[in-house]
Ligand binder design. Structure first.
Ligand code: HAM
Length: 429
């Protein structure tokens, strides 16, 4: 087969054989977020480009190199969202949610787009499950968010997850730190990778996070931010650690976590898991107290995180986590190739469906034998056959496929009740 085109590089199809698993992950995330008081928010996939330029920041790789930006038919520059935070904050402010009771707690599952080099765990279209808290400057909000992320990962049965935290201070304390490390890295300017040479002038702290081997070696001895943060930022960080300790949440302080987006201040954190021996960040987030004002809103403290859905899925598969059983048809109603029998089969099938029972019926014009084969292939638990006798007597044999046991069932008025009674009997033993 030669299609006129295939899917776009770095983008994936979610196919039915994985969709139940995927939906289950989303369900667990949303349920846990609900327990912590978060409500769903949905924002457009397209925003005006300046929203991301100002928020994610023009010194970030995301804005500099990775955004899908184009002009719409009205000549405005728009971008596909590279992440969920900026749009969520814009929506909260634009709709005045910050004028209601605080904090505002939102969650989202959003497709995101980054023109990155595709590799395992790194895609050009990916999904983020995000949670954001607006209006609290307290470290308790930071702790609550780390706790909910941790419980989600636990409920998904992901093992060997490391939590790494850091404080990157506020713009005031970062000023001095930036000057200090700029001086430090300047000594090694010629050895830095091209990206980091660029970072040196714009945002030297980001060099700490570079994956290039030489840059990594150089940054090993660089001054660390935690030695430079001010009293208030330090107190905030201590309070967070104290709450995490009280909850027995294990963490490591990693002064190298600076995060790749420009809007962060104070707390930053990442949950990391190894997959095939390589570390993979499955969740990243932090505080962004200054962002509201940057995009034209009032002072509004905020903190949040994003979980990479594909990465979570990949880790669960690699760790052989058992997913809930796939949703299979309860009953398949087969019939003779006869108009009246087919109509009856359709009618019975609809009756089951109206009672929320997953049922199937032939829509392919298959022979009875082929219908039976198909019912077996799709894993139907029971098969019921409608033929001449069944139409005459208004009763039919229903076969439990696994055991081969057959039961007689009424296919008239009391069909659904009879079927439910049969099921009940089975479970009651
Ligand atoms: P981020 O670290 O850029 O932060 O992304 C969050 C998570 O999305 C990552 O930890 C990773 O699991 C996943 N992710 C990122 N890029 C890709 C990719 N190309 N392919 C697959 N998965 C990816 C943010 O986006 C922030 N908005 C998080 C946040 C929310 N901070 C505060 N609130």
């Amino acid at each position: 087969m030669k299609l006129i085109t295939n899917r776009i590089k770095g983008m994936q199809d979610l196919l039915p054989n994985d969709s139940d698993k995927w939906e289950n992950i989303e369900k667990v995330m949303k349920e846990e977020a609900g327990i912590y008081g978060f409500k769903l928010i949905r924002t457009p996939v397209l925003e005006h480009t300046e929203l991301f330029e100002r928020s994610v920041g023009d010194t970030s790789d995301v804005v500099q190199k990775e955004m899908y930006t184009f002009e719409d038919k009205g000549g405005r520059s728009v971008s596909l969202r590279p992440e969920g935070t900026a749009g969520a904050l814009r929506a909260v402010l634009e709709n005045g949610l910050h004028n209601g009771p605080l904090p505002v707690k939102v969650m989202y599952v959003s497709s995101c787009y980054r023109y990155e080099k595709p590799q395992s765990g790194r895609y050009r279209e990916f999904f983020q499950f995000g949670m954001e808290v607006f209006g609290s400057e307290s470290a308790t909000a930071d702790a609550e968010l780390v706790c909910v992320a941790s419980s989600i990962l636990k409920r998904l049965q992901i093992k060997n997850v490391r939590l790494e935290i850091n404080s990157i201070g506020c713009p005031q304390c970062r000023k001095e730190y930036n000057e200090t490390i700029k001086e430090y890295f300047k000594k090694y300017e010629n050895e830095l990778c091209e990206d980091c040479k660029n970072r040196l002038g714009r945002n030297p702290m980001r060099i700490m996070d570079c994956k290039n081997k030489t840059c990594g070696e150089i940054s090993k001895n660089a001054p660390i931010i935690t030695d430079y943060i001010c009293g208030e930022c330090s107190e905030h960080f201590e309070k967070l650690k104290k709450i995490l300790d009280s909850q027995n949440i294990e963490y490591k302080i990693n002064p190298k976590i600076v995060r790749g987006l420009d809007y962060y201040s104070k707390t930053v954190f990442e949950f990391i898991c190894d997959i095939d021996g390589a570390p993979l960040t499955i969740c990243g987030g932090g505080r962004y107290d200054g962002l509201s004002e940057i995009i034209g809103g009032p002072k509004l403290s905020a903190i949040g995180f994003g979980m990479g859905m594909e990465r979570i899925f990949a880790v669960m598969k690699a760790q052989n986590v058992e997913f809930p059983a796939e949703n299979l048809p309860k009953v398949f109603i087969a019939s003779l190739d006869d108009e009246i029998a087919r109509l009856k089969a359709f009618e019975l099938c609809e009756k089951l469906r109206k009672s929320a029972i997953y049922a199937g019926v032939d829509v392919m014009g298959r022979t009875l034998k082929a219908q039976m084969k198909f019912a077996d292939k799709i894993g139907a638990e029971y098969v019921l056959v409608i033929g001449e006798d069944e139409l005459k007597t208004n009763t039919a044999k229903i076969k439990e496929m696994k055991s081969g046991k057959e039961f007689t069932i009424n296919i008239g008025e009391n069909f659904v009740e009879d079927f439910m009674a049969l099921e009940l009997k089975k479970y009651m033993g």
